[in-house]
Design a protein around this ligand. Structure first.
Ligand SMILES: [Zn+2]
Length: 114
């Protein structure tokens, strides 16, 4: 028996896990690869930096029809936390520099043309 911060738990041996998974299609690996690829392509709406650091949205982790938990992004440059789909900023982070404002404006113009 092992112990972690959640208390004691018993892990299943690998043979039993593999036997239980037999015949099931792996939907998690392709979904995780697609999610990672999509999140890596999103630029910070405040300063334009990418990639940003993904983390699980603890306030709303699961959405109907999704196999993976929702993730938010945290910019490692300006500390803005934002939704990667809507680009809505959940905090202000630090104020962008003039060059970051210009980069962000360019990104937004480019997006509106797409
Ligand atoms: Zn940023």
């Amino acid at each position: 028996m092992k112990e972690n911060s959640f208390g004691n738990y018993v892990t299943m041996d690998e043979q039993t896990r593999l036997k239980l998974l037999e015949g099931h299609v792996d939907v998690l690996t392709p979904a995780a690869e697609e999610q990672n690829k999509r999140l890596a392509s999103v630029r910070c709406p405040n300063c334009g930096v990418r990639p940003c650091q993904p983390f699980i949205d603890c306030a709303r982790p699961f959405v109907s029809g999704e196999v993976l938990p929702r993730k938010l992004l945290n910019c490692t440059n300006c500390s803005v936390t934002f939704d990667p789909d809507s680009l809505i900023q959940l905090n202000l982070g630090r104020l962008p520099t003039d060059s970051e404002k210009m980069a962000s404006m360019f990104i937004n113009v480019k997006r509106s043309k797409e």
